[in-house]
Design a protein around this ligand. Structure first.
Ligand SMILES: NC(=O)c1ccc[n+]([C@@H]2O[C@H](COP(=O)([O-])OP(=O)(O)OC[C@H]3O[C@@H](n4cnc5c(N)ncnc54)[C@H](OP(=O)(O)O)[C@@H]3O)[C@@H](O)[C@H]2O)c1
Length: 264
């Protein structure tokens, strides 16, 4: 299988790295500037399955097309690839806020189109991509895309109406976690730890708690209770977080993100 990636920036680069390391088949990377093309060629010189090509070549060669340019560039890109697309091509747009209707408006009739929301932990195989296929996309085509993206992490299929929520809960969520870690590290430094020590502890806490959630399948409230003795030090910390409105801040932030994604 041949996969084209259009736009190899933060997100496209993360997907490319995962597919280059663990994917099957060849990957065609497409970038707009000569400087980026040269950089990518150098970066992937040791990856025999990665080729940096121009848009027309990728459009004609690939079976699956991953669109990772900025949302405002999607329409022009689709117009550019449309004349060369194979009839059985699958186009997956990972651009924020670009709807299935927008995709259909710029693709040849009958092209299989999927709207998707990835996140950057794809780079290390720990991403989440929420896929919303158009009505005429077959289960087999969805399975092909899910298998293709397996090296980037997990995939989930949801109706398009839930893409804005997926953006707020998944696409943007790594940034909330990084902010949390930044704050925790500053707090650790205030307690006398070096920044390096504090970052090592905070990183492992996030990694460990994430693994506990994923591997035990336990409710987070139960896991939290297991760390919280009555009247103890964790309880004191949690009471402060609640008093400072952590839950409210999260609800408000996720709503703001979903609203922005929906153009509200
Ligand atoms: N970053 C995230 O965490 C994240 C998460 C979920 C979804 N997304 C989506 O992923 C897409 C890319 O976001 P990003 O953050 O990765 O942006 P980015 O870092 O700016 O990357 C976009 C890349 O695409 C290149 N490009 C622009 N037009 C092109 C074209 N016609 N053909 C080939 N390459 C082209 C850009 O080059 P120039 O700079 O030269 O224009 C740039 O290198 C967006 O649609 C965004 O909504 C991002």
């Amino acid at each position: 299988m041949t996969t084209a990636i259009y736009g190899v920036g933060s997100m496209g680069g993360a997907v490319l790295d995962a597919l280059a390391d663990d994917g099957e088949g060849e990957v065609l990377a497409v970038e707009s500037s000569a400087e980026r093309v040269a950089q990518l060629r150098e970066l992937h010189a040791d990856h025999p399955t990665v080729e940096v090509v121009d848009v027309a070549e990728a459009a004609g060669r690939a079976d699956v097309h991953l669109v990772l340019v900025k949302p405002y560039g999607v329409a022009d890109l689709l117009e550019a690839i449309s004349p060369s697309l194979r009839p059985d091509a699958i186009v997956v747009s990972m651009a924020l806020g670009v709807s299935l209707a927008d995709l259909a408006a710029h693709l040849p009739a009958g092209t299989a189109a999927i709207r998707a929301m990835p996140n950057t932990p794809a780079k290390v195989g720990q991403g989440m991509t929420v896929l919303s296929p158009a009505d005429d996309v077959t289960d087999e085509q969805v399975t092909r895309v899910r298998e293709l993206l397996a090296p980037t992490g997990r995939t989930l299929v949801l109706p398009e109406s839930q893409q804005d929520a997926a953006t707020a809960m998944s696409g943007s969520a790594p940034a909330y976690v990084y902010l949390f870690v930044e704050g925790l590290v500053d707090a650790g430094v205030a307690q006398g730890l070096t920044r390096q020590q504090a970052l090592a502890m905070a990183t492992q806490a996030v990694r460990g708690a994430g693994a506990m959630l994923a591997e035990t399948g336990e409710d987070p409230a139960i896991l939290r209770t297991q760390v919280t003795s009555p009247g103890g030090s964790t309880a004191a910390a949690l009471a402060r977080l609640e008093a400072h409105g952590m839950r409210h801040a999260l609800a408000d932030a996720v709503k703001a993100c979903a609203d922005r994604s929906a153009g509200r």
